[in-house]
Design a protein around this ligand. Sequence first.
Ligand code: NAP
Length: 829
Amino acid sequence: AFTAGVDVDWEAAFPGGSTPRTVDLPTYAFQRQRYWATATGGVGDVGAAGLQRVEHPLLRAAVGLADGGLVLTGRVSATSGDGWLGDHVVAGASLMPGAALVEWALRAADETGCGGIEELVLHMPLVLPESGGLRVQIVVGGAAEDGRREVRVHSRPDRDAGPGADPDWVTHAEGVLSPSAASAAPSAAEEPVGVWPPEGAKPLDVEDFYEHAAAAGYAYGPSFQGVRAVWRDGADLLAEVALPEAAGDADGFGIHPALLDAALHPMLLAADVESADDGGMRLPFAWNGVSLWATEATTVRVRLSPHQDGTAGERGVRVVVADGMGDPVLTVESLTMRPADPRQLRSMGGHGVDGLFTLDWIPMPDVPDADASATMGWAVLGEDALHLAEEPGPGGGGVVRHPGLEALVAALDDGTPPPAFAVTHLPADGGSAEAGAVARAADGLAAVGRALELAQGWLAEPRLADARLVVVTRGAVSTGDPDESGDSGDGELNAAAAGLWGLLRSAQAEHPDRFVLLDLHQATDPAADGVADAVLRAVRADEPQVALRTGGLMVPRLMRARVTDSADETESGGLTPAGLDPDGTVLITGGTGLLGGLVAEHLVRTWQVKHLVLVSRRGSDAPGAPELAERLSDLGAQVRIAAVDVTDADAVADAVAGVDSAHPLTGVIHAAGLLDDAVVTSQTREQVARVWAAKATAAAHLHTATADLPLRMFVTFSSAAGVVGNAGQAGYAAANAFVDALVARRRALGLPGTSLAWGLWEQASEMTGHVGQADLTRLRGMRPLASERGLALLDAACRCANPLMVAVDFDPAGVAGEDLPAVLRGLVS
Ligand SMILES: NC(=O)c1ccc[n+]([C@@H]2O[C@H](COP(=O)([O-])OP(=O)(O)OC[C@H]3O[C@@H](n4cnc5c(N)ncnc54)[C@H](OP(=O)(O)O)[C@@H]3O)[C@@H](O)[C@H]2O)c1
């Protein structure tokens, strides 16, 4: 009765005035002896392999590293662990519960003599594949002077790869183990001892909870349905949770992940019952101060005490888990739950494509409130379109307006102190909505030229070395999927301004902390304070590129791409990846270049394309062109190679009009391009114009010349440089960013379009032959693509719905320790 929480009258048991009291029994973590043979998947003689056997149901072996670190290894699949892992299905994906990753880190702490987890941040959900399994590694670094150790959780598909060819590791979580207990033991007030539930706690109905949860996308199978009772106690939630039989026994776990996961379900239940929530899906994101006080618990009492919510929809709670006697089992100082994107989860469960990424815009991670008055010294360069210089100015500090950079420099000469921020509005006039793509390309080039001169002037002035130039654009980026009303909140995308973003991304890569890109909605003016606040918050969060929308500040992140169901249907319909009619003609610009030629051959071999027009300036005179034509003919294709300069609108129109009407144009691949690299301080307008013409203007010509044709495919070969911003390639990045935006506009108009932003290909082309080792190190974790791989990514990209696909082999290890561009932060810690 006592263990169930009933107030016992001890007088009856201890008559005669003796005063009984409860004494603490020791609860040693991980001190146990097993006498039963474990029927497991067989680990074999790991000792013979120099490993150490680990008594853990999922992590079977460890290897101590010579440098003092440790690696725990194991294998997980939806059917491992007696199948209980497959019972955790969120948004249609078999997701490894965050509780399991924490339990692994706790085991890693124990194996390395640490007392708990100081922090564990989950970056990337660990989705179990539909078939096969994943190898997992918990990697613990050597102890720092203060005894703390770094810890990381990685996985990769469980297929054989030779030593040294183990490429696909993904980092899911990262954190720090603390030498001593990471959180305080529960205080008397929060300890779930004595009367249970405490007086005044109000029971919540748990009857149909798991059915409701399933309807909301959390399909917990029997192994995870551990909630027995829930109460509300003031702001806190209390619960009684038991490890379901289906989850197997708790032996070997510090705390069974199914039990710990269920301990968090009351948050979901409370949100559901009280309908106070927005219904959005949340998953554990950051665990701080986690201590395990006793192991292998099976029935627990839980107290969840909410603390402050983050602005980006985050929820924080302190978690206390105790056993049936009220003795502590596990404490978490702070667990932050974060909104999760169900589409991303779904895409990772077998539909994700390695090497393909989309550029997603997410709410900016939370930073402490910016105090505008903390940073004085704002200037406006040029027209004050945002009314910043009007009273009272950011922080009430007053803003000085200068007609341009020269005027600011003149003011410096007169003794004015340099500002901390100079804001300039660059209206890359995209013209009216009716203005054609070619006019937009011209406007874009002019804007890029002006921005280049401004950036060069800014970087040339040593007195501005500590100042940031804030370049404000409108509608240069598209931040979101359209909502139900078809409005993405972006207004119309301004392709001309997009080029300017490409240019300045490269300038940022070359000169960190000197430029901030801020994009506003096309038509809505934020308050002047809103702009200053956005800039300060972006700088604090080390986010050099932000978009201010009605929903708040958004930042760009590369995310793993997903293949859509509709594209799968296309595939099962027997058509080629892009749904091309094999009787139609495909036009490839730059068709006699490296990628153009490879793609032409690939289209004929695997897409069954039979009619091709390949154009370049040299046409048949290009090196290798006759041999290419011969190979394609041998494969049964009809090929015409023509000398066409795609910077010439009439020439492009003629090439399109010249397509044999018996085999009408069905697809365009724009692979023409050239490089003229230089760092931003020495790049000339002429260099930019050359690169722009072959890429951006040519794309506009192709768009215009084919606008009335029923194309099934319009693919532009752009570059990761435009998205990530490569040092030394500002002009090239600008042209590619314009092309990406042009394709996005095509899609908004209901026309087909995919812009494929390639990373570097392994095979050298005329364009890339000069890329040396020094350039490779600039590629920030992107490995060159082998041709076969690139072509496979082309196929996969054509099955994806997103207008912009970034195709790169990204190696997180390649950027470890580097100053990672913010846009890659979603892929690495
Ligand atoms: N290879 C890579 O690693 C890589 C990476 C990222 C992006 N890309 C993109 O992929 C595309 C192909 O690159 P690549 O490596 O295959 O380079 P490439 O072998 O040099 O091919 C470029 C082609 O473009 C043609 N071209 C250039 N200016 C032209 C114009 N004004 N009119 C018509 N054709 C023109 C060139 O032929 P002519 O000189 O005879 O005109 C050549 O056939 C480029 O757009 C590039 O930006 C490549």
